[in-house]
Design a protein around this ligand. Structure first.
Ligand code: WTA
Length: 654
């Protein structure tokens, strides 16, 4: 542990909020923020209860704020009832029915605007389509869609009738889709023929067919949206077209009130075992966390045009596309494609043309676009931007400075937001009107979020810059409620280490002398590739499933664009390839992993060895493998290696 937690970054530049920004900000004064935090500290439930009353439209008010009787299975606003879709759509109709909710831009340049009224109609219709397909409250619906408004419409429609959605990222393979459908026991899949990505029509329905052919007995119906005219085969009695089904159902669908703890969605994410876990979120608490962070961190105002570039397949696309902006009545941009079509100016062209004022993306995208040079963003008018944000991985100070100067013209604060699929929304993030920024730090905990850094025993670490485990010491409304179908795994993964006292985030972090948090990386076997979580064991299981592979170990390797790249060591059944090189097999294995999991999981490099470096007790020496992958000198003790000769093979020495 301690070896994993060493900090190397020293960054002492400080960027105070621009006065013009603070003057208009939701919270523009550090004293006000400090008071808010102090109030939350003194009365945690009173603080969150008050916000929940104010920010959410309840069908039935709650009397209990927090039920801790079955901790760590915490419940919030337990006896309250609400409908999330009502809160995101219906309640805005009177005041802003004609305001654009979604400004959609297809990769090919096609545009659509959906007002709140339009969204109301579309969501209601699709909710009726789900009902007509036999979906009732509590049923699971898998959504496997491109980044088009219908993805959000499908999610909102589920929320409207109390169905639990589980969105699977369109980049995941048929195999991954099948696993998730089966684990969730979903009754229905919503998909499209395909989506436009990278100048191509990426087929989706074909992957659904493949997944269903291999299992998924619970699926009764597949609803297919026609996006690309790919004319997929439609299975009689199972598959229906979105537009045909919607034409036959009523336009009105009343939102159904559900309990605050009713599951809103499951979202599968990687952990340290081979099997992704279905993180289960609630309705009331989750919605409140989404709303509060839209205000505190994104400083949302009525005049803003908000754009979060995340796909709905990730948690960021849930909280800051499908729910948060709509719950606050905002206007937001949804973009279908990749940032480099037709060229690397696409994001900035969208910002200019759609008048984006708040822009939220991943460091990996910033690094990739930075590579194309300053001339490209310079072609666009980015003067409407007033706030920038990052999420998913630490941002290196160089990329931060580029974002700050070239995109934000030194005028826009940057909110570096630390959070997780499990936390539901931002946890450590600056309140941009009053917190001075340090490039690479997610600054401090938000009001009502009780973060700390502790040592192996759970004792808080107070020495500045000393690394430790990042923990959250009190429950918060947006937290995950459990892992779908696996309560034990929930307790073990997040609460076991510190005896149910603290939530273990799985990240290491340090706090500097000013109390700013610096995330240092995962403490488990989870990789962060382009801001996406991937378990090393998942990739290993995929490799081992190949008939020629006997054993595999996967580690991360620093990558200038992706943050982390995937490096695999493989032991074959039979002979190691001559000289350790087999170009054909390497290509085949990379494709294989891509098919098993998805293109994001493709190993960048594969090295063949006669066996893996293990200690005498049989544990794979991952740290050693990481050093080898990074091309670093081996500082670890290799004396316990069972077969010291393989070091040369691992290093790629012939
Ligand atoms: C990492 C994404 C540094 C972290 C919302 C966390 C970050 C994991 C940041 C969660 C950040 C996320 N700085 N690291 N601002 N944000 N991470 O579940 O390791 O896809 O545990 O949620 O991403 O990834 P997830």
């Amino acid at each position: 542990m301690s070896e994993n937690i060493q900090s190397t970054l020293v960054e002492d530049r400080l960027f105070p909020p621009p006065a013009e920004f603070s003057a208009e900000a939701y919270i523009g004064d550090r004293k006000v923020l400090a008071e808010l935090c102090a109030r939350a500290d003194a009365d945690h439930t009173g603080f969150w209860g008050g916000l929940a009353k104010r920010e959410i439209s309840w069908d039935k008010p709650f009397s209990v704020v927090l039920d801790e009787s079955r901790a760590p299975f915490f419940k919030w606003f337990t006896d309250g009832e609400l409908n999330v879709s009502y809160n995101c759509i219906d309640r805005h109709l009177a005041s802003r029915g004609t305001r654009p909710a979604i400004l959609f831009e297809g990769e090919k340049g096609d545009r659509r605007t959906l007002t709140y009224r339009d969204l109301h109609t579309e969501v209601s219709r699709f909710a009726n389509a789900l009902k007509a397909s036999g979906i009732v409250s509590g049923d699971r619906v898998v959504i496997y869609m491109p980044m088009i408004p219908e993805a959000v419409i499908a999610m909102q429609a589920c929320a409207r009738i109390g169905a639990i959605h589980s969105v699977v990222f369109g980049g995941f393979s048929a195999e991954s889709l099948k696993d998730r459908i089966e684990d969730a026991g979903a009754k229905l899949v919503v998909t499209a023929d395909g989506g436009n990505r990278g100048g191509k029509a990426l087929p989706l329905k074909a992957a659904v067919d493949k997944a269903l052919a291999g299992g998924c007995p619970s699926i009764q119906r597949v609803i297919v949206y026609n996006r690309c005219d790919l004319q997929p085969a439609m299975k009689e009695g199972r598959d229906v077209w979105w537009h045909e089904l919607c034409a036959t159902v009523p336009a009105l669908c009343e939102p159904v009130a559900v309990g605050a703890e009713h599951p809103l969605f499951l979202l599968y994410t990687s952990g340290s075992t081979g099997k992704p876990k279905g993180v289960q979120h609630s309705s009331g608490g989750y919605l409140l966390h989404a709303i509060m962070t839209m205000r505190w961190v994104f400083d949302l105002r009525d005049s803003d045009v908000f754009w979060c570039t995340a796909d709905v397949g990730w948690v960021t696309g849930h909280t800051y596309v499908a729910y948060g902006p709509l719950a606050c009545g905002a206007t937001q941009v949804i973009y279908e494609g990749v940032p480099t079509v037709p060229d690397a100016g696409r994001f900035w062209a969208n910002v200019q043309q759609l008048g984006v004022s708040i822009f939220y993306t991943a460091p990996t995208a910033i690094r990739a676009l930075m590579k194309f040079g300053d001339e490209i963003p310079a072609r666009y008018d980015l003067s409407r931007l007033r706030l920038l944000g990052t999420v998913g991985e630490p941002i290196n100070p160089e990329a931060w400075m580029w974002y700050h100067t070239v995109i934000g013209k030194e005028r826009c604060p940057i909110v570096d937001t630390w959070w997780q699929t499990e936390t539901g929304g931002h946890m450590l993030a600056p309140v941009p009107g009053c917190i001075p920024l340090k490039p690479g730090s997610c600054t401090t905990a938000l009001p009502g979020i009780s973060a700390d850094i502790v040592d192996e025993e759970g004792t808080p670490i107070t020495t500045p810059d000393a690394g430790g485990y990042l923990v959250i010491k009190k429950p918060w409304p947006g937290m995950l409620r459990t892992i779908w179908g696996d309560d034990d795994r929930y307790v073990r993964t997040y609460w076991g280490k510190f005896n149910n006292r603290y939530y273990l985030a799985g990240d290491s972090a340090r706090r500097d002398k000013d109390g700013y948090y610096w995330i240092m990386g995962r403490i488990d076997d989870v990789l962060n590739v382009s801001g996406h979580r991937l378990g090393t064991m998942e990739v290993e299981s995929a490799l081992v499933a190949h008939p020629r592979v006997a054993e595999a170990a996967v580690v991360g390797r620093p990558d200038p664009i992706k943050g982390e790249g995937i490096f695999a060591y493989v032991v074959l059944r039979g002979e190691r390839p001559a000289g350790g090189v087999d170009v054909v097999l390497t290509k085949e294995l990379r494709e294989w992993v891509s098919e098993q999991i998805g293109p994001i999981a493709k190993p960048d490099d594969i090295r063949y060895a006669d066996n893996l470096p293990k200690t005498r007790s049989g544990k794979i020496m991952r740290r050693l493998l990481r050093s080898v992958a990074a091309g670093q000198d081996i500082t670890q003790d290799t004396s316990t290696l069972e077969n010291p000769a393989i070091l040369a093979q691992l290093k790629g020495e012939v």
